[in-house]
Design a protein around this ligand. Structure first.
Ligand code: F6P
Length: 526
């Protein structure tokens, strides 16, 4: 029997507040530190592992976190979710993104349809289209092959797919599976669409319009922008556009697309990278086989998230350590720092995933909670970030937990030895150095040069960023966010906080304003 209770009513949480915190600088120094690095690691899918030696936890704290996992019924809640319970209480919806990559539990039937079969069917339809585009069976009116795919979407219909595309672009090129260049238009700023359109051959471009709701102002505006450009180039838009949307959206009724693929209301935008939202652009860019491998990695990681044992469940463990940092140690932010240029937009994707999901101050019954919830997420790839904001991370007044990601091998394999090390070795050396510098610090009589240390981090380490590793990485963070939402007793699957701004913007455009809104409208000459 699943019960939903606020965190501050859970006995293990009260116990956690009383446990002595770990002195990280001390714990990570010398042989003790080496022992922690060997001990505090959990295997993930696709050859990844999550090392949490540099987190402020020890066996005692972990023991209480495991109790917290039990008492908040994390495994049972996940089971309820993947078996089709209405977990998104705000919108009265099931939460089914896991079904896009595998069947974790019972069959889930909605509106008379088996949902796993529905998602697989959409993937097959996308694969068929992608293969026809690649073989030249589907071409432009002049019989030429399409060379570029442009995704038009925003938020979850942009950030995840864009981050995944960038993550695999170079991998696909060196592994000879690269099929089409992908570009992305998201912002309603006309310069975004104009800049993309200026650098592509529209005649040989296929546009993927992605909007679950089919009502998003930015996306519909950009669709018209692109259609206008196609018409001006003497092209018929319907031969150049495909749609990915939900079956109930206004776009689904339109016959203005070459093809339409469907997801549904049971997949939140920020959880939709493994649905057709990511599937169309990634299958067109790299081929359906690469997309299938990405899904396999996610499916394997999802299976680990089912483990009741926290120590063998990386997402659950990561989530609980995050709750400890946020609610007991009082840290307000988390920095996502991939030491991989291919993951340059991964922090931006995690920012939406985490902050749109867990940026809530009422529980799942709409009652205010008396504790803090989701942290602020930001990040940049290393080593670039080191020369930007790491100063504050090392010596600023706030302690910011860090999420590193690193790979032993590069994706492209092109490297040089300079001063007796390769660039990849330099990259890896830097991430190792940063973890220890943050954790242990360095005493100096000159206060300006003193490093306090005690700054926690964890690292996900893999061999190479392959499609499987990327899928596993994505699933890990999706499940982490979900588990944290369960612990906080909030609904991680709606986003009412984005609505007010949209309503007011409509009023401005309709000139239906007064007070400050009118004054700002005048200031901006609207
Ligand atoms: O796919 P859609 O319906 O256009 O929505 C795009 C994005 O807008 C949001 O609803 C926020 O405004 C996100 O949750 C979503 O990812």
């Amino acid at each position: 029997m699943i019960t939903w209770n606020n965190l501050d009513t859970i006995p293990a949480y009260q116990e956690l507040l009383k446990v002595a915190p770990v002195e990280l600088a001390e714990a990570m120094t010398g042989e003790k530190g080496a022992e922690r690095v060997r001990k505090y690691s959990v295997p993930m899918a696709a050859g990844l592992s999550c090392n949490y030696a540099a987190k402020q936890v020890d066996d005692k704290i972990l023991e209480v976190l495991a109790k917290l996992a039990e008492e908040t019924q994390l495994a049972g809640k996940f089971e309820a979710l993947y078996n089709g319970e209405v977990i998104n209480t705000g919108e009265k919806r099931m939460v089914l993104h896991h079904l896009t990559r595998g069947q974790l539990g019972e069959a889930v039937v909605a509106d008379g349809v088996d949902k796993r079969s529905f998602y697989v069917q959409q993937q097959e339809k996308i694969a068929e289209l992608a293969n026809k585009v690649h073989s030249g069976e589907i071409t432009n009116a002049a019989g030429e092959k399409f060379t570029t795919v442009v995704q038009i979407g925003i938020g979850g219909s942009d950030l995840g797919p864009r981050a995944m595309y960038l993550a695999l672009e170079n991998w696909a090129k060196v592994n000879h599976t690269f099929k089409m260049e992908a570009r992305f238009i998201s912002n309603v700023d006309p310069d975004d669409a104009a800049a993309v359109l200026n650098t592509i051959d529209v005649a040989r471009s296929l546009f993927v319009l992605v909007s679950k709701s089919g009502t998003t102002l930015e996306t519909l505006t950009n669709e018209s922008f692109v259609k206008d450009a196609l018409k001006k180039a003497g092209l018929e838009p319907s031969r150049h556009m495909i749609a990915v949307t939900s079956e109930t959206s206004p776009l689904a009724q339109s016959d203005e697309y070459l093809a339409a693929f469907f997801m549904d209301d049971y997949i939140g935008g920020r959880f939709s990278s493994t649905s057709g939202v990511g599937g169309a652009v990634l299958s067109l860019a790299f081929g359906p086989e690469v997309f299938a491998r990405f899904l396999e990695g996610a499916a394997e990681e999802d299976k680990l998230a089912r483990n009741r044992d926290m120590y063998a469940n990386p997402a659950m463990l990561d989530a609980l350590i995050g709750v400890y940092e946020r609610n007991v140690l009082g840290y307000q932010n988390t920095a996502v720092l991939p030491y991989s240029q291919a993951l340059s937009r991964f922090p931006a994707h995690l920012q939406q995933l985490d902050m749109e999901s867990n940026g809530k101050s009422v529980n799942r019954f709409g009652e205010p909670v008396d504790y803090v919830t989701g942290p602020v997420i930001f990040g940049e790839p290393g080593t670039n970030g080191q020369h930007s904001f790491y100063q504050l991370l090392h010596q600023g007044t706030d302690i910011i937990p860090l999420q590193f990601v690193g790979f032993r091998d590069s994706q492209m394999g092109t490297d040089v030895v300079i001063q007796e090390s390769t660039s990849q070795q330099k990259l890896c050396a830097n991430v190792a150095a940063q973890i220890v510098a943050f954790a242990c610090g360095k005493a100096d009589d000159n206060r300006n040069k003193n490093f306090e240390g005690g700054r926690p981090s964890s690292i996900v380490i893999g061999e190479q960023l392959t499609p499987e590793a990327l899928g596993a990485l994505l699933s890990h963070f999706e499940n982490k966010v979900m588990f944290q939402g369960f612990v906080w007793n909030i609904n991680s699957f709606d986003q009412e906080g984005v609505q007010l701004g949209k309503v007011l913007a409509k009023k401005v455009l309709a000139h239906d304003t007064d007070g400050a809104l009118k004054a700002y409208s005048d200031l901006l000459n609207i």
